[in-house]
Design a binder for this molecule. Structure first.
Ligand code: ADP
Ligand code: MG
Length: 386
């Protein structure tokens, strides 16, 4: 049974100019007991609001929130057994780390001996034992972050809510905390809802990832499913770096061949005489959708530089190399076709030079097809009530 269930939760805010912002738009979501759910989306999409609703710091305008069997929709935060860590974690500067971590337990009237044990255990779990006698001013950024986590975990909450907890850290520390969090989570046994605007962080941490936009959930699924079967063009573009290449156009049939004809639609500016013969696993779909306007998506790893220029045909198009970024294990190659820039992952044999003409071939066995008008994946199995 899921631990947290949000059922049709709506929350709007009034703006100073008398309008209203829908920060949570009919949210249906469940979080499993012991799960780490990562919520990701651009700034302002409603992530913090969603966490605050779960914490009880906001009350929904409509809908219900359940913890297990219990309806907590109108319950105050302190009755919910949740702890929340915010992006900017204010520690009390005049208190030692020990006192900072102990404070919550002290206020709850926990016995001194037990406080001592729990603070020391929690600090050890977070590799922060050496910090206990220091003041926050004498800590590094990573240590401060661990202390903020310790302060939340020392209460042994059933639910831990983390709101962009690592976004103030430098890259190496962020990566370190990202590696440590799953270990900390396992040791504490808490159910974690983790909010971030960083798709890579969400993908690397989440058992499942919930992608949000404009207050609404776009897709809730495992990282692999989100990457391989994005439910719509927003998820397709938001997740993955470099971004998926998207092309507007329509399906056509000529002399028995199924073609994709590129069209000029901003901002996916067309490619000149862009005609691709479709092939592979989706032939059935293309065959029964002749004439339909679509948006085709290819991940950078599913477009390749064909070696054989003599083999130019309707499965490939000519492009010129714009630039290359060598980033170690792979090379990101940017090529230009007309006005359009296409990004692909190289790794291949010889390195083409800027300006050189190359042939691109598209792997239709990995094509993503979205409806041109709605942006919804044509074979989407997405249900927001995950
Ligand atoms: P995120 O955390 O994804 O950046 P938020 O949940 O903070 O997004 O905000 C979602 C939207 O709701 C934003 O447009 C924000 O300005 C608005 N909002 C959030 N809290 C309030 C509030 N207390 N009063 C008015 N508007 C708010
Ligand atoms: Mg926020």
């Amino acid at each position: 049974m899921p631990l947290i269930v949000l059922h049709d939760v709506i929350k709007s805010f009034a703006t100073p100019d008398g309008k209203s912002i829908l920060a949570a738009d009919s949210i249906n979501l469940s979080v499993g007991d012991g799960e780490l759910l990562a919520i990701v989306g651009p700034s302002g999409c409603g992530k913090t609001t969603l966490l605050r609703l779960i914490a009880g710091l906001e009350t929904p305008d409509h809908g219900r929130i359940l913890f297990g069997e219990q309806n907590v929709t109108r319950q105050p935060p302190k009755e919910r057994d949740v702890a929340m860590v915010f992006q900017s974690h204010a520690l009390f500067p005049h208190m030692t780390v020990f006192e900072n971590i102990a404070l919550g337990l002290k206020l709850r009237g926990v016995a001194r001996g037990e406080i001592e044990d729990r603070v020391r255990d929690t600090a050890a779990m977070l590799s922060a034992s050496h910090c206990l006698d220091r003041k926050p001013g004498k800590l590094s950024g990573g240590e401060r972050q661990r202390v903020a986590l310790a302060r939340a975990l020392v209460r042994q909450p059933k639910v831990l809510l983390l709101d962009e907890p690592f976004s103030n850290l430098d890259e190496p520390l962020r990566v370190q905390m990202r590696n440590e969090l799953p270990v900390i989570r396992k040791r504490s046994g808490a159910t974690v809802v983790f909010v971030t605007h960083d798709q890579e962080e969400a993908m690397s941490l989440g058992d499942r990832v919930a992608v949000m936009r404009n207050g609404a959930l776009q897709q809730v699924a495992t990282p692999r499913e989100i990457y391989e079967k994005p439910a719509n063009r927003f998820v397709a573009s938001f997740i993955g770096s470099p971004q998926m290449n998207l092309f507007h156009g329509s399906v056509a049939q000529r002399e028995g061949r199924l073609l994709f004809i590129g069209a000029e639609v901003e901002p996916e500016v067309s490619l000149p005489r862009f005609v691709l013969e479709t092939s592979g696993a989706r032939a059935d779909w293309f065959g029964s959708n002749v004439g339909r306007q679509v948006l085709l998506g290819f991940r950078p790893e599913h477009i390749s530089l064909a070696d054989d220029k003599a083999g130019r045909n309707t499965r490939s198009i000519i492009a010129s190399i714009l630039s290359e970024q060598f980033i170690g294990a792979e090379t990101i190659v940017q090529v230009q076709v007309g006005e359009r820039i296409i990004q692909l992952r190289g790794g291949g044999s010889q390195t083409p030079r800027a300006g050189e003409e190359v042939t691109l071939s598209f792997d239709f066995s990995h094509v993503h097809i979205f409806d041109a008008a709605t942006g919804v994946a044509v074979d989407s199995v997405f249900k927001s009530a995950a």
